[in-house]
Design a protein around this ligand. Structure first.
Ligand code: IMP
Ligand code: MG
Length: 181
């Protein structure tokens, strides 16, 4: 998908810049974990593209699971209530987990996912987020690996959507007419 010049989109990070940063993250994760890579838990839908690219930067085989979540109140004010729309296909007790997220905004979704992982008795859990928007944080959450830190703007592309649009933009763009928060 190419952004049409008429659309209200402003490129923040190009496809090439994203690829370079994802490669760096992959190298760091590989160096930190060594031979025993964690199980990737890709949070759907927004992280599907990031998780696919990140996984291909790793030198060894890596297990990938998907967790579908939906935050109530998206588009308005987030309530922090999160619904699991698709669960993991394998037990994760005793495993090392890397949560792969598209963006940490208020932190409420991630806080919920982290408590869910801990309740399932994982050995360790770390977080790799493509984007971090720290100015909007409402709960403190640990983010171990961050692709890019961005200001308080609404972004789309590289997996992130606005009303299910723009996920397949290869670049990350600011949506200049964002939905009401
Ligand atoms: P939270 O506020 O940290 O719980 O983030 C909830 C979810 O809101 C994220 O996982 C994204 O799916 C979505 N989100 C937050 N900010 C943006 C944005 O700028 N663009 C697209 N989706 C966003
Ligand atoms: Mg998300």
């Amino acid at each position: 998908m190419a952004a049409s010049p008429n659309e209200a989109l402003r490129t923040i990070h190009t496809r090439e810049a994203i690829a370079a940063r994802v490669a760096e993250l992959g190298q760091r994760i590989a160096a930190d974990y060594g031979k025993e890579l964690p199980i990737f838990v890709s949070v759907l839908k927004g992280s599907f593209m990031f998780a696919a690219d990140l996984a291909r930067e790793l030198p060894q085989s890596v297990r990938i699971e998907f967790l579908g979540v939906q935050s109530y109140g998206s588009g308005t004010v987030s309530t922090g209530a999160v619904q699991i729309t698709q669960d993991l296909t394998h037990p994760i007790e005793g495993q090392d987990i890397l949560i792969v997220e598209d963006i940490v905004d208020t932190g409420l979704t991630l806080a919920y996912i982290l408590s869910l992982m801990r309740a399932r008795g994982v050995r360790s859990v770390k977080v790799c987020a493509f984007l971090d928007k720290p100015s909007r944080r409402r709960v403190e959450v640990p983010v171990d690996y961050v692709g890019f830190t961005i200001p308080d703007v609404f972004v789309v592309g590289y997996g992130l959507d606005c009303a299910e649009q723009y996920r397949n933009l290869p670049s990350l763009c600011e949506l200049l007419q964002p939905p009401a928060k």
